[in-house]
Design a protein. Structure first.
Length: 214
């Protein structure tokens, strides 16, 4: 990807992401006589509570969660996956749906995990561009009136980046280990910038144990 294209995508991404993000919607139904719960939309704070409410609202014990999401909050995806695992639910990406970015961690929560032919699962590196605490820390380093040299300010930013990256990777690795997904999924994940997407092949889905059905 050229720098010009990446820059244009970044501006488009920043401007489009400024609008309020709707919460994930959970819709109960049946498929071939079995209970299903469709989870559609971006993952935002509070979705875990909404999932619990949806599971309380009907006879959804043993239901399959159908996922169709572009991703969103990493922390919330961990909470959603933990609920799915605790309730012993199956998770599926149905034909024509996409489960990308943080949605992959929701899929990982399923006791049984399946991706239908025509369903897509995508990964990329996590981003903290919208983390207000992190942005604030960078602003304090850049705007400090102390006599810190430009070189030392850059070094402080690098240290902050290293800490944030290390913490995020440790949390992701710990979550994947608990869910029984291979750490090898981190290779395509960390090699793909957050403005891009790497779509996993059916073979990779099985090799990484993200899909655990025949």
């Amino acid at each position: 990807m050229s720098a010009r294209v990446a820059g244009g995508l970044a501006l488009l991404w920043l401007s489009s992401s400024a609008a309020p993000v709707p919460a994930m919607e959970f819709t109960a139904g049946t498929e071939r006589g079995a209970s299903v719960l469709l989870a559609h939309g971006e993952i935002v704070a509070g979705d875990a509570a909404r999932l619990k409410a949806a599971l309380r609202s009907g006879p959804l014990s043993g239901a399959t969660l159908y996922l169709d999401s572009p991703g969103g909050s990493l922390a919330e995806s961990f909470r959603l996956g933990a609920i799915i695992r605790e309730r012993r639910l199956a998770a599926m990406v149905p034909r024509g749906a996409e489960c990308a970015s943080a949605c992959v961690f929701v899929l990982a929560g399923g006791v049984v995990r399946e991706v239908e032919a025509g369903g897509k699962v995508g990964v990329h590196m996590a981003t903290i561009i919208y983390d207000d605490e992190y942005v604030g820390a960078l602003e304090r380093i850049l705007l400090s009136e102390s006599r810190i040299s430009v070189d030392d300010r850059v070094r402080l930013i690098i240290l902050l980046n290293e800490r944030q990256t290390g913490t995020a990777m440790a949390e992701i690795a710990n979550y994947l280990a608990r869910m029984g997904v291979s750490m090898r999924i981190l290779f395509p994940t960390t090699e793909t910038v957050s403005l891009d997407m790497y779509w996993l092949t059916p073979r990779e889905l099985r090799d990484y144990n993200l899909v655990n059905t025949d």
